[in-house]
Design a binder for this molecule. Sequence first.
Ligand code: MG
Length: 278
Amino acid sequence: MVEIKTPEQIAKMREAGLVVAAMHKACAEAAVPGASTKDLDEIAAKVLAEHNAKPNFLGYGGFPGNICTSVNDVVVHGIPDRETVLKSGDIISIDAGAIVDGWHGDAALTVFVGTGHAPELIELSRVTEESMWAGLAAVRKGARLVDVSKAIEGYIRRQPRPASGKYGIIEDYGGHGIGSQMHMEPHLLNYVERRRGKGPKLVPGFCLAIEPMVSLGTPKTHVLEDEWTVKTDDGTWSSHWEHSVALTEQGPLVLTAPDGGKAKLAELGITAAPDPLA
Ligand code: MG
């Protein structure tokens, strides 16, 4: 069921991951007041072309963009368009993917547009990003999939609650296996659900996209009439962070982080695997 990759295949996924990192850098820099989400999509397309990489989002189930641009109360799968113009104080999740020689990369980040963000929003993004890193640090030989879910949820629940009450860990979406396709087995919940069991054992060659989505209120979402845009049911804003990671014999390699996750994992007491492209 789970696709196990060879070191050579992981090196290809690292190539795709670095294209995704380049897309993020360019899009994040362009996410300024006055830019439309379509502008960001065009920048992402340009980066893909420059690297001879293919988009994996475009055409996926009919999705019309190269990236997903999810603003404020949009959790995920926002469609880039000319009408959505960013303004100071917005937050946007930019979810990007790339294919190199048939191997996929997938990652997302939350960007603050302009200035004037409430401390609660800054904290929301920090908690979401750190929970992703807690999940990445749990990717180790002999662990089970549920240990990753537990690490993500545990991190979020250990944080001081927001003034709005409680963080909502989005229930309808989660992480996933990745490799020769973008979405593969297993599905990764961002919280522990006991009836799901412990999930597969993590072994070298196992690759996952880890992507917590957290709101300032409800864990519940709905899809708009465009059949893509996912919003929180209570209209609270949400953050989304994602990296793709490969477990290797030498430990985890964060495929979509420019440094392979080295610096951040070191803070968490984990040695990242050496970069196969370095
Ligand atoms: Mg993903």
